[in-house]
Design a protein around this ligand. Structure first.
Ligand code: PLP
Length: 391
């Protein structure tokens, strides 16, 4: 009976063109094999191409040989290694914050922090297009969740003014929106947070390493880093490793160590991952990091420009994430499948990841693409788009 229900639910997903399946890649470089088929990779978050960087790989391999393969406990039990402390100090120095605290993933950071900071009687103001991990953290917290229209600061102002509660207020926003590639208006968000004595959490998962001085993120680019209470970032995207951090005050760090259940009740990151992340944070602050950021910014401009010249509706922007909104899930699926047949891998993104009616191709560029690969991708996307009547 229960199994039948699962079958029915899966059939419904299939009927709605929302069924998901895993596709195997051989690696995360620009040229990959997707389920055995050669293709150019245009949907990875490996924005700077660091996931196969020899310095990171060597650091990971050396740490595994020297310290073993596991931390073997939560950090509060016996799982805090010298490498955890070293990485937190490096992150805090890089981000210019008092302290930093590691989490096992961005998902664990958002759910853990939000549910630790807020509870019954508190209110969370969250952008409608925030990442699922933020929504899940808010639901887990039991606090009142108020979702404001995307980047609409007038609406947020009204909602903050209407809020009569006496509890803690948390405003939370992606710094760069993961499926749209646009940036949050952080200057206005910090002003509003200060006016309404709210905490502000910025999820810079897609900005860390890519935007701002030395890749310190959108908070740095918009000059508000010292006014954001909690900056969250990940190591698994531009930094080419795995895991996440929050950069914050010592007080917030102490609070989270005592309250964040995803930190307290989970085995901590292993030595190889910590060492790769540490190497990545150091690399961010070198000329090579600067060069890679310049490269990926140039490729973002190039791909956006080429697609726009071909009549495709892609927005201007400064991030490596370039959305091409198709609309319905079925056409999006066909678009992605046809592109793969033509040697370009771009994943179709469908509800619930994006709102109904805005299914899209989420194209991303990497610093180690070549101009020829970008040109091939743009020409192929435009040709297949015309074939499907999308442009
Ligand atoms: C905006 C945003 N926040 C958080 C996460 C979760 O990060 P992680 O993949 O490290 O769990 C993601 C990942 O997709 C993301 O896009």
């Amino acid at each position: 009976m229960s199994m039948d229900l699962l079958v029915q639910r899966l059939e419904q997903l299939q009927h709605q063109q929302l069924f998901r399946r895993l596709r195997q890649l051989d690696r995360t470089t620009p040229q990959v094999e997707v389920a055995g088929r050669p293709a150019l990779l245009f949907c990875s978050n490996n924005y700077l191409g660091l996931a196969e960087h020899p310095v990171l790989a060597r650091a990971a391999a050396d740490a595994a040989l020297q310290y073993g393969t596991s931390s073997a406990a939560s950090r509060l039990v016996s799982g805090t290694l010298a490498l955890h402390d070293a990485l937190e100090q490096a992150v805090a120095a890089w981000k210019g914050t008092e302290t930093a605290l590691l989490f096992n993933s961005g998902y664990a950071a958002n759910t853990g922090c939000i549910a630790a900071l807020c509870g019954r009687g508190d209110t969370i103001f969250s952008d409608r297009l925030n990442h699922a991990s933020i929504i899940d953290g808010a639901l887990l917290s039991g606090a009142r969740l108020v979702r404001y229209p995307h980047n609409d600061m007038q609406a947020l102002t009204r909602l903050l003014e209407q809020d009569q509660s006496k509890g803690l207020k948390l405003i939370v926003s992606d710094g760069v929106f993961s499926m749209d590639g646009d940036c949050a208006p952080l200057c206005e968000l910090v002003d509003l947070a200060e006016q309404h004595q709210a905490l502000l959490l910025v999820d810079d998962a897609h900005a860390g390493g890519v935007l701002g001085q030395q890749g310190r993120g959108s908070v740095d680019l918009q000059g508000v880093a010292d006014r954001v209470a909690i900056q969250m970032g990940t190591f698994g995207k531009a930094l080419g490793s795995f895991g996440a951090y929050v950069a914050c005050s010592g007080l917030v760090r102490d609070y989270l160590i005592n309250k964040a259940r995803s930190l307290i009740f989970s085995t901590s990151l292993p030595p190889a991952v910590l060492a790769a992340s540490l190497a990545a944070v150091r690399l961010m602050q070198t000329d090579e990091g600067e060069r890679l950021r310049g490269q990926v910014a140039g490729y973002s401009r190039l791909l956006r420009g080429l697609l726009q010249q071909q009549g495709l509706q892609v927005p201007d922007g400064i991030t490596p994430i370039i959305p091409l909104v198709v609309g319905d899930a079925e056409t999006t699926n066909r678009f992605s499948t046809r592109l793969l047949e033509e040697g370009v891998f771009v994943q179709g993104i469908r509800p619930p990841t994006v709102p109904v009616g805005t299914s899209r191709l989420r194209c991303t560029v990497m610093a180690n693409h070549t101009p020829e690969q970008i040109q091939y991708a743009a020409a192929t996307i435009a040709r297949v788009g015309r074939e499907l009547g999308v442009c």
